[in-house]
Design a protein around this ligand. Structure first.
Ligand code: ZN
Length: 284
């Protein structure tokens, strides 16, 4: 199954994808904390399906309790950064307010000159747990989606903590769909970035240094994971900052990140400064 969180006429709903249609479902209004796997599977249709083109897709999990991200999780990316192969996953976080919808514009903040792309497979948690064993980890997965881990490199490298370069407000497209494990083959899914038609990242998930069960086990060792929590699994080689010459996102660009069989995010890049908001409209 494939699910989305969307808005139509001011109303937020979970929808099940049926071709070009979205079937609204009764129950919780968004994917996340209230849709563990056993609940999601029981949601029933509510009313008639609507055209997918008529809805505004939100970040597929609009308000996750936690967003874990993994740095340096593909050999080629570790090599291009000139770092040692990590013995333990490099973890950092984003905030709920970091997320944007799958078709929203990526707005270049006036403070950064080095806004970069990172194509990533995302694991969505579907069952709470703590100290989960590696061999039980996949029981806690609700499904998979895609993120562009948009990064302000000049802010990432101001200190040895990456926080401010990674958790910028309204920076990170997430979605478009949650794909349940029965429909998702993530053993060797392609992971690509295409910027203005040029392929800049191309790898597949078989090259992850720390695989999905290891990541679920690792994060749940120190904190309880909850339904709707996200794990961004890291990006392959080819990021803009490590290219020669360097490539950064510019006003008017179209950046596409894609994970084979899971989804595709296409976002327009826009330099215009956003109106000052204390939180994204969809998270109110
Ligand atoms: Zn990343």
């Amino acid at each position: 199954m494939r699910y989305v969180t969307y808005e139509l006429a001011g109303e937020r709903r979970i929808g099940r994808i049926e071709g070009d249609l979205v079937q609204p479902l009764e129950g919780p209004a968004e994917l996340g904390r209230d849709t563990p796997a056993d609940v999601l599977a029981t949601l029933v249709p509510m009313g008639a399906p609507v055209a997918r083109a008529s809805v505004r897709l939100l970040p597929v999990v609009p308000r996750p309790d936690k967003i874990f991200c993994v740095g340096l999780n593909y050999h080629a990316h570790v090599e291009e950064t000139g770092r040692e192969l990590p013995a333990y996953p490099v973890l950092f976080t984003k905030f709920t307010g970091s997320l944007i919808g799958p078709a929203d514009d990526i707005v270049l903040p006036p403070e950064s000159r080095q806004v970069d792309y990172e194509a990533e497979l995302v694991v969505v948690i579907g069952k709470a747990g703590r100290r989960i064993a590696r061999d039980a980890a996949l029981d806690h997965v609700l499904g998979y989606t895609v993120a562009n881990d948009v990064t302000m490199r000049d802010f990432q490298y101001k200190t040895h903590q990456w926080l401010q370069g990674k958790a910028w407000d309204r920076s990170t497209p997430l979605g478009p769909e949650l794909v349940t494990p029965d429909e998702a083959d993530v053993a060797a899914a392609t992971v690509r970035t295409v910027l203005n038609g040029e392929t800049l990242q191309s790898s597949d998930t078989s090259k992850l240094i720390f695989d999905i069960p290891t990541l679920v086990a690792t994060v749940s060792e120190f904190t309880e994971i909850l339904p709707g929590d996200l794990i961004l699994t890291g990006t392959p080689g080819g990021v803009g900052h490590r290219r020669d010459p360097q490539v950064f996102l510019l006003d008017g660009d179209e950046v596409v990140v894609e994970v084979g069989g899971i989804g595709r995010l296409a976002n327009r890049v826009r330099a215009e400064a956003p109106a000052l908001v204390t939180s994204p409209a969809w998270s109110a």
